[in-house]
Design a protein around this ligand. Structure first.
Ligand code: NDP
Length: 416
């Protein structure tokens, strides 16, 4: 058995804990660490309430500042954890990775490292942080799988699958992320507001004609007609996976599109234009120093609180175009996830669910040796087939739509 240490007790950490519990015959003891101990206890209570534990097993909560490498290493050792699933804020990636290199534990995360002081990174962003530790991982024999949520994560695996199994040559990959759900609030973000807004306030980088292309947010839009969600307006957005896929797949055009309603764009634009999304501290007339973004975060709904009322579905998929047998071909590989079904199963909304399930699938593939390569990898560096097949059984089914129709993709038994 492989004990697991989960870092971060937010929306994604909640799903990760439930899914580890559902698979504790292979994963063993489950430890949850976050700055706020109470949040870890609340997750453990929810795991027990839902009866998620597959077998009788240990679930323990720990208070931890994951920026502290020594404290994180000590906790990995004390809990005898072989696998660390980092779903804390993206600011802690490098310190948690360092602790894994020190202790030999496998490392997983779901977002690229961020320096809180930097608004925009030069691409490829992974080269600024994580990839600098690739050699250290190799020397220590540490398996690190970067960005293994849904996007980044599963969409990287879909791209690898398409490149290897569906085409002779791939010309473009458009990743489309549509949340067609409704939380019924005036305005809310689906995950940590700080991380969420930072994603949309900086330059939009995409990979076009084998080069980085810079755009402003909401500058380029396109209507995508997708299964279940139908015609939806999406906007070109900068996203983590472009920074690795552009370097690893040899595909000339890779873009990321996300759906936004007009209401979201209006509210976001007002907040941004007023300076309320700024991380720069301001002084109030009473002499207090406040960070506008932190104030906005404090007044917005906690993303986890949206789950009970969330209805509708999410769609995330890769539209891949290229040539096969001398002819042009288009393939869509995708998942549709239902907010209410996620809430019934684990008490979360679909955005946390789609990010958390892949991280646990990856942990299982490390535990059984399939992905335990003793080095650092992005998801597209790894065989996508066992990953997709495992997620089909864990609540995230993959479908494929091509000239032959629309069907479940079972990459172990079925050749596209
Ligand atoms: P939340 O804000 O809900 O949770 C983050 C958690 O991290 C909180 O419990 C917070 O602790 C904890 N944390 C932050 N800093 C530290 C620290 N220094 N030490 C210990 N714990 C810390 O975020 P989400 O759960 O929604 O997202 C988690 C991660 O998943 C983010 O990196 C996000 O970008 C990523 N994500 C990835 C997706 C994908 O598909 N790839 C999709 C959605 C999210 P506390 O509250 O106790 O202060």
């Amino acid at each position: 058995k492989h004990n697991v240490l989960i870092i971060g007790a937010g929306g994604v950490g909640h799903v990760v804990a439930h899914k580890c519990a559902q698979n504790n015959e292979l994963l063993g003891d489950i430890h949850i660490a976050s700055r706020t101990l109470g949040k870890c206890h609340a997750i453990i209570e929810s795991v027990h309430d839902k009866g998620s534990l597959q077998q009788p097993g240990q679930l323990q909560a720990h208070a931890l500042d994951a920026m502290d490498v020594e404290a994180t290493s000590a906790l990995i050792r004390a809990t005898r954890s072989d696998i660390v699933i980092n779903v804390g804020a993206p600011f802690v990636n490098m310190s948690v990775l360092e602790a894994c290199i020190q202790t030999g534990a496998a490392y997983l995360d779901t977002a690229i490292h961020e320096d809180p002081a930097k608004v925009c990174e030069t691409p490829p962003w992974y080269a600024n942080y994580e990839w600098k530790r690739r050699q250290a991982c190799r020397e220590a024999g540490v398996t690190a799988v970067l960005g293994v949520g849904f996007d980044p994560g599963v969409v990287n695996a879909y791209a690898r699958y398409a490149v290897d199994h569906c085409f002779d040559r791939v010309d473009s990959i458009d990743i489309v992320d549509i949340n067609a759900g409704s939380h019924g609030r005036y305005f809310a973000t689906n995950f940590d507001p700080e991380t969420n807004f930072r994603e949309f306030t900086s330059t939009v980088w995409s990979w076009e004609n084998n080069a980085w292309q810079a755009n402003a947010m909401f500058e380029r839009r396109k209507e995508w007609d997708m299964p279940v969600t139908g015609k939806t307006t999406c906007y070109l957005t900068g996203h983590d996976e472009l920074h690795s896929m552009s370097q690893n797949l040899g595909v000339p055009d890779i873009r990321f599109w996300m759906s936004f309603g007009e209401h979201y764009i209006n509210v976001f634009s007002v907040l941004k234009n007023l300076g309320l999304l700024s991380e720069q501290p301001v002084r109030t007339a009473r002499g207090q120093t406040v960070v506008p973004l932190e104030v906005v975060k404090a007044v917005l709904p906690d993303p986890a609180s949206l789950a009970p009322d969330y209805t509708g579905q999410t769609f995330i998929g890769d539209v891949v175009r290229g040539r096969k047998g001398g002819k042009p071909e288009e393939v869509l590989i995708y998942n549709v996830c239902d907010h209410a079904a996620c809430f019934d199963e684990v008490g979360s909304q679909a955005i946390s669910y789609t990010a958390g399930v892949p991280a646990v699938a990856a942990a299982l593939l490390i535990a059984d040796g399939t992905w335990d390569r003793g080095t650092m990898a992005n998801v597209e560096d790894l065989d996508p087939r066992p990953f997709i097949a495992l997620m089909n059984r864990m609540g995230l089914a993959t479908r494929i739509r091509d000239a032959k129709g629309d069907r479940l993709l079972d990459p172990v038994t079925q050749v596209a």
